[in-house]
Design a binder for this molecule. Structure first.
Ligand code: GLN
Length: 388
């Protein structure tokens, strides 16, 4: 039998492809977004304690209530308002599961979802599996801004979902309150749900405040908002995230969650609960921590053929290699792996119709030694290119 693919044009994610290539080529991997430094040893101790205390059986389907209570407090401190841990917060397998579940409950056959290019690669396949179709609208160069007029024109009778992401992966921008006001006006009298991917809420730079959908006066009543402890606790392998939504929407989300992952690793939830209660200062320090890394890498690249673009947030830094080569980014990234032994993420893969561009995404969530070594290899490559 020939198995019929539901996603014939979807390959393996660029993150997995590049991480595998990095291993094969013995290259330094600054592509996929994950830290290469240890987690806080107190957090590791808390996991050990939770396992030793016997927290080893199924957690409740919607998540450990103590954790959801800590999350509600954290959200209230960050964004104001009140959040009901029982009815409005669900623990998920990373941000990715929350995105998937929210899309499944929002989209039916024939519905349309609006997403913005460059778009994180998990959105469109989930929309298509739900029977829907993505309308992809490019963010405007050079600063990846929203074109609200064009978005308005793209709305149809079938539009059911708009997916936004801030701080934005991969463009490293942050949405403004003005943008959220435009969005709220646009959906005001339409049956459109918002899915807001805010997994980098704490990785935001230069004194900016994260403009969360949850802090907006009108948007929360129609929004699924997705967060990630992987990013916030430097532990992407823990696959622990959560989704915040009004009670009626959370009921629907949990119908998918319970048959998708059912419940999330129990000892990790107890460990995170304790960490939020006892070590919240570490989370407050995240903007400074990552901004220092961003600035360190930019300084190391100064004067090379890799020009850093302004970055408002996320684990990432875009660089423009246009002064070195006009090759397409996929080919250039491939050559970088082979010749500079550096794995990066080319930007064009996040577009339905990539414009001509010479941008690569680098991950700054790395030890200073890793960033320095990566910059040294990139500079050496850059010098060889200019001489050739
Ligand atoms: N969010 C990570 C990134 O952008 C990738 C996660 C994954 O590989 N699925 O690099």
């Amino acid at each position: 039998m020939r198995f019929r693919s539901k996603l014939p044009d979807v390959g393996t994610t660029i993150f997995t492809v590049m991480s595998r290539r990095a291993i094969d080529e013995g290259a330094l991997n600054i592509g996929q977004g994950f830290p290469d430094y240890p987690i806080d040893p107190r957090l590791a101790d808390f996991v050990h304690d939770a396992i030793a205390a016997g927290r080893n059986q199924y957690a409740p389907m919607e998540g450990v209530v103590e954790l959801r209570t800590q999350i509600a407090r954290k959200l209230e401190a960050s964004y104001g308002g009140t959040f009901d841990p029982e009815l409005e917060i669900t623990i998920t397998c990373g941000g990715t599961e929350a995105l998937f579940d929210a899309i499944q409950v929002s989209i039916s056959a024939g519905d349309e979802a609006i997403i913005f290019d460059p778009a994180y690669d998990a959105y469109e396949p989930a929309v298509r599996l739900a029977g829907g179709r993505c309308i992809r609208i490019p963010l405007l160069p050079p600063d990846f801004s929203y074109d609200w007029q064009r978005i308005k024109e793209a709305l149809s009778e079938r539009t059911r979902l708009i997916i936004i992401n801030s701080p934005h992966n991969p463009s490293c921008t942050a949405i403004t309150e003005w943008d959220l006001a435009q969005l709220a006006a646009l959906v005001n009298d339409r049956p459109i749900t918002i899915l807001s991917d805010e997994v980098y809420e704490h990785v935001i730079f230069d004194g900016r405040r994260h403009a969360s959908v949850l802090a907006h006066p009108e948007l929360p009543e129609r929004s699924f908002v997705v967060f990630s402890f992987g990013k916030t606790l430097h532990a992407t392998g823990w696959r622990t995230g959560y989704c915040v939504a009004p009670a009626a929407m959370t009921v629907e989300l949990r119908k998918v969650h319970q048959f998708n992952t059912f419940s999330i690793v129990s000892p990790l939830q107890y460990a995170i609960t304790r960490y939020l209660a006892e070590c919240a200062d570490r989370i407050r320090d995240l903007p400074r921590f990552f901004q220092t890394k961003r600035d360190f890498l930019s300084r190391q690249l100064q004067g090379s053929g890799f020009r850093p673009l302004a970055a408002a947030g996320t684990y990432f830094q875009l660089v423009d290699y246009g002064s070195l080569s006009r090759e397409r980014d996929l080919e250039f990234a491939d050559r970088l792996i082979r010749e500079a032994k550096i794995a990066t993420i080319p930007l064009s893969v996040f577009y339905a119709e990539p414009p001509s561009m010479t941008l690569l995404r680098l991950c700054v969530a790395k030890r200073d030694e890793t960033l320095a070594a990566a910059a040294l290899q990139l500079r050496a490559f850059s010098e060889r290119q200019t001489r050739a």
